[in-house]
Design a protein around this ligand. Structure first.
Ligand SMILES: [Zn+2]
Length: 163
């Protein structure tokens, strides 16, 4: 799981328009819509990209988020095998990426301060430390969130099946 910054600098090449490279698993779109509501991200438009290369610059990445807080627009790329079925691992991965969306404005502001206030020699260290701290928070929160989101998710699935 890579850290996705608000601006996702360093020239990330996610497809910003158009369709996902591979089909979206149906459960995944429903889960993202549900989790978005739980996290207060109602206003965000979130596009999905199911692709073997979620981040072309980090070969091992399972998922990557590009989020643009000014326009409440995000695109999340997932490696297909990891989200093919609704497993707890897949759901934690989704929650992880949605937390990057939730923190996108903070990340963008941090980047802005980094590049305007720090000397070039300090920027890399600041970025590495802030990435590490933010990633750690997102990893811990996404695991905790799974249990908080699960009851309402199961209830919404039961309601859908009954109708
Ligand atoms: Zn991450």
């Amino acid at each position: 799981m890579t850290r996705a910054r608000g601006t996702c600098g360093k020239g990330m090449r996610l497809r910003l328009n158009g369709m996902s490279e591979l089909p979206e698993p149906r459960w995944l779109r429903r889960y993202i819509d549900h989790a978005k509501d739980c996290l207060g991200l109602h206003a965000w438009e979130i596009l999905l990209d199911i692709t073997p290369t979620p981040n072309p610059e980090v070969e091992s990445a399972d998922a990557t988020t590009y989020a643009e807080p000014s326009y409440l627009y995000a695109r999340i790329a997932f490696r297909p095998a990891l989200v093919a079925r609704e497993t707890n691992i897949a759901k934690v991965l989704v929650l992880h990426e949605l937390l990057h969306v939730a923190f996108a404005l903070r990340d963008q502001t941090e980047d802005h301060l980094n590049y305007t206030l720090l000397k070039p020699k300090q920027r890399d260290l600041f970025r590495r430390l802030s990435t590490q701290m933010n990633e750690q928070s997102v990893v811990r929160l996404s695991r905790a969130l799974l249990d908080l989101v699960e009851p309402s998710w199961q209830a919404s699935k039961a309601k859908k099946n009954a109708s």
